[in-house]
Ligand binder design. Structure first.
Ligand code: SF4
Length: 269
């Protein structure tokens, strides 16, 4: 079998290392990308309420799945280290049932698939170089793409599982495709002997479906599919992102509602 060599265009490498957040920013608003990633100017607007809640819920999910904290301990711990407004505390409590369901579901899944506790990892940072080999650390300057995987599991059959928690409204599965496919590529770069990767979105803020779960699974990707199709898809995605930031024009869209550069944006300021 001939080995497929995928070359990363110079236009993409110019802005490396990429992440899904950075690529989304490039595709949605070149002006924001310019401020945040070229000039490295800090946003001045207040953090949107939903974004802050999302970060806090992610912290709790990390503690319960990665550190083995009980849900009640995680809530108490959060209150002890973060100053919360009454509104934030009330909102965080709304996620409690979903988080308890998640912990139960994770334990059932782990036992059913024989996943050892040491193979369950939360908030995993993975980076890779342009030849799709892993970076040595998150500070490796030769990194081309990085990602934080909310939850990662490895089964005894060497199937990698990557799950991303979403606290906002449920969007179509296609909305998450680029991000989750990139996680499959990252996972394979760090585990070259992997047989397949299964990715999923966990909608923490949604009602559970008829199966009693809030997780949407994508079809499994084989190792070969990741090495060929998914790597090529990632390069195409980043090429489009790099192409879009050739200019620096602000671009109005739904992201403006969450943009902390809004106070200085020519379209709003
Ligand atoms: S407010 Fe909208 S148009 Fe302005 S910088 Fe932010 S995302 Fe871009």
């Amino acid at each position: 079998m001939s080995k497929q060599i995928l070359r990363i265009p110079d236009s993409v490498m110019e802005y490396a290392p990429w992440s899904h957040t950075k690529a989304s920013c490039a595709l949605s608003c070149p002006y924001k990308f310019h401020l945040q990633y070229r000039v490295k100017q800090k946003g001045v607007g207040p953090e949107a309420f939903g974004q802050r809640i999302g970060k806090l819920v992610h912290m709790i999910l990390e503690w319960v799945s990665g550190r083995g904290m009980s849900v009640s301990h995680a809530y108490t711990h959060l209150v002890s280290i973060v100053e919360l407004t009454h509104e934030e505390e009330t909102e965080i409590q709304c996620f409690r049932d979903a988080i308890e369901d998640y912990v139960r579901g994770l334990e059932v899944f782990r036992k059913k698939h024989g996943v050892h506790k040491s193979q369950v990892k939360a908030e995993v940072h993975l980076g890779m170089r342009p030849d799709f080999t892993p970076t040595k650390s998150k500070w490796d300057k030769k990194g081309f793409y990085v990602g934080y995987i909310d939850l990662m599991l490895m089964t005894p059959e060497r199937v990698g599982i990557a799950i991303d928690h979403k606290t906002g409204v449920v969007m179509s599965t296609d909305t998450y495709r680029a991000q989750l496919e990139s996680y499959a590529v990252l996972l394979q770069s760090h585990h070259p002997r992997i047989n397949a990767v299964q990715v999923a979105v966990h909608h923490v803020g949604a009602d559970s479906n008829e199966r009693g779960t809030r997780t949407t699974w994508f079809p499994s990707f084989s190792a070969r599919e990741i090495r060929t199709t998914l790597r090529a898809n990632l390069i195409d995605y980043l090429t489009k992102a790099a192409e879009n930031v050739k200019d620096r024009d602000p671009c109005k869209g739904w992201v403006c509602a969450f943009c902390d550069y809004k106070p200085t944006c020519p379209l709003f300021g």
